[in-house]
Design a binder for this molecule. Sequence first.
Ligand code: PGA
Ligand code: ZN
Length: 431
Amino acid sequence: MSSISSLHARRIWDSRGNPTIEVDITTENGGFGRAVAPAGASRGSREAIDLRDGGTFLRGKNVSKAISSLNNIVAPKICGMDVFAQNEVDAALIALDPSPLKEVIGGNSMVAVSLAVLHAAAHVADKPLYQYIAQHYNRIPILPLPEIQIFGGGAHAGRRTDIQDFMVMVPGASSFDEMMEITSEVYFAAGDILAQRGQLAGIADEGGWWPNFDSNEHALETLVMAIEKAGEKPGDKVVISLDVAASEFGKAGQYHLALEDRKMNTEQMIAMLGKWCLDYPIVSIEDPLSEDDTDGMIAFTKIFGDKLQIIGDDYLVTNAKLVEQAIAEKACNAVLLKVNQIGTVSEAMRTFFEAEEAGWQVVVSARSGETEDVSISHIATGLGAGQLKVGSFQRSERMAKWNECLRMQDTLGAAQYAAGSSLKNTWWQQN
Ligand code: PGA
Ligand code: ZN
């Protein structure tokens, strides 16, 4: 037992220059933990909300009300609680705000407190966070296989492409370190190709290239070229992963790809994605249909579920109940785990175990608005979750997370890398 002696919340600023919440926790015997709330841009409608002031000041994004309720309402409630009792602390937070979308104190407030408590517990236990997580949840730590964005689109790049993330994975690398080398070669090869064609418009929110493509498929063709230019055979060591984020351009079974002015129904969307999966070495697809298209998700998983990793992000919002339902309906075979979508560490862990028990893959993920906080690298590694999605290969809020994995590699050893073992039930492992 080590009781929490103080909670201090302050406003800091995230990678998009928006205000966010940082929480410091101290314990009576000198323990200290700090965490920051991230923020999404392509948010699921069922995820915990970020409590912001509204109005015009700071474009409505200030967090002064959230910070004041943290310092005045949450702090007195959790001071005196045992820092090791994560579930109890989280239950106390939920008791303060039992609303389904955490509208009273905000998912942003909750996640900062919950993660800061986890950090403080690790500090008191005198362990790096990932080791504490492994011990606390009885897991074997292993460095995750990353999904790394090469082109950014959707809500992260002025909707320049409709598909949000064009990513690579390097399941064929023998270590995290080698994965970084290969990804670097692909990332810069892609940038060179765009620059030569006059199609490089800048850097998107998560550090990927902001492209000027004529069609969504053009991005896939270019990605394959970049993999080849980097000296790799597409589909061999390096494969492609997409976050379609279909809720951003689809609703009620109707989809509109604005880039090529193409309107589709669910069936046509599935056919288009299916063709892409035949033509390109795609191993993983996130949110292929919109969050309200359960029939589409079920149909897609029925056709491709034994070949592709099919991830629910906006569709499942790290919610154990939604995951339970999707397991029963066979509407995906993997879940994106974003602690701030659900609010607390304990709730995210419930989702993690629920998914894992069903044989699903879990992909721990950042948000498009991030900071120097590297908690998720420790969560992915400590749980041995298998995969981590952080954005691209540029901008420090992204690189900080990859670099933290390299530091853990020094202790864990290069062999403790999930590599392709996490690509269960995909053509990559069957080949
Ligand atoms: P976000 O989206 O902008 O909501 O963080 C990231 C994602 O869709 O994975
Ligand atoms: Zn997503």
